[in-house]
Design a protein around this ligand. Sequence first.
Ligand code: GMT
Length: 375
Amino acid sequence: MKIAIVCYPTFGGSGVVATELGIALAARGHEVHFITYRQPVRLALLGSNIHFHEVHVPKYPLFHYQPYELALSSKLVDMVKLHGIELLHVHYAIPHAYAGYMAKQMLAEEGISIPMVTTLHGTDITLVGSHPFYRPAVTFSINKSDVVTSVSRSLKEDTLRLFDVKGDIHVVPNFIDVARCGKKFTDCRRSMMAGEDEKIITHISNFRKVKRIDDVIKVFYEVQKSVPSRLLMIGEGPEKEGAEALCETLGIPDKVLYLGNSNEIDRILCFSDLFLLPSETESFGLVALEAMAHGVPVISSNTGGIPEVNRHGVTGFLSDVGDVQDMAKNALKLLEDEAMLEQFKSGARTEAMKFDIAQIVPLYEEIYRKAFESR
Ligand code: GMT
């Protein structure tokens, strides 16, 4: 099948999922065309059946906001015609589903009928999409998609609660390449990050408000009082400066390392003992799954789709949003008991296998078949 994938090409979970899906589909013989404004960060290699087409938005001074949706829908029309693309799979409703629908309509004018699958990822529904300024357009583009999928049961419930959705929403969970994560790194250089007697705690995100970065620092502050440890902070975003300031205030700047955005999270997770994800809301928490696949137990909040991934008492522990003391208590429970930590590391790895890419990609292929039928 010839499939166009539209996504954000950034380090964010939706872009990562879309990219990994495209790579896996290409490996299964499909022809995949990524259409977005930059080559996706995880898309290292292009080839005979994996392509990237850049959406250019020429700057014009009259426009206060440059019309990306217009450029994207035009590019979709051109690429569908040029490459004979048979299906659009758009990740993140805003504005991709809207642009995809416009492309569909333009193509229909020329007698080309193409189905569109929309995958909802989280903030396109919970934080941004449900804002009154966007809701009518998001509702419209969800209802005009041939098939809609969401990455967790929780996100499906949120979508049905927040929008007037007419059709069904199929839950297709996010996934991980277990074989790749299980690979032992010969150069897993733990000693570069911490002393032999120190535990390594990790957080990876886009450092936005929704991630509750201050809670990450506060949990670590409590933990390091009892267990010699280091905190690795991976990612970039608006809350980073505040986090650095909080570390100074608490007197722990030398114990916290900020490593910026990284394409090497496999190498960082391979020597991590614990992962922190205290988010305000999280439709799935792909990064928690990535940590688990590397055998890293997760201390998280119990919000949104996280409980569908992180199993309390098996792969880590869950606490109410903002309950820093409970998160720190749970972290210490694991870090102070070597046998228990080992048991949770193995529990995390085993649970992650349920989300192996090999099981999830065929679900998307099934969805594509459905989309063709419902055209
Ligand atoms: O977490 C973010 O803010 C980035 C966002 C994105 O769109 O990339 O992540 C969302 O999609 C991920 C992939 O499906 C999910 O794992 C994240 O939980 C979800 N983020 C939120 O719901 C806050």
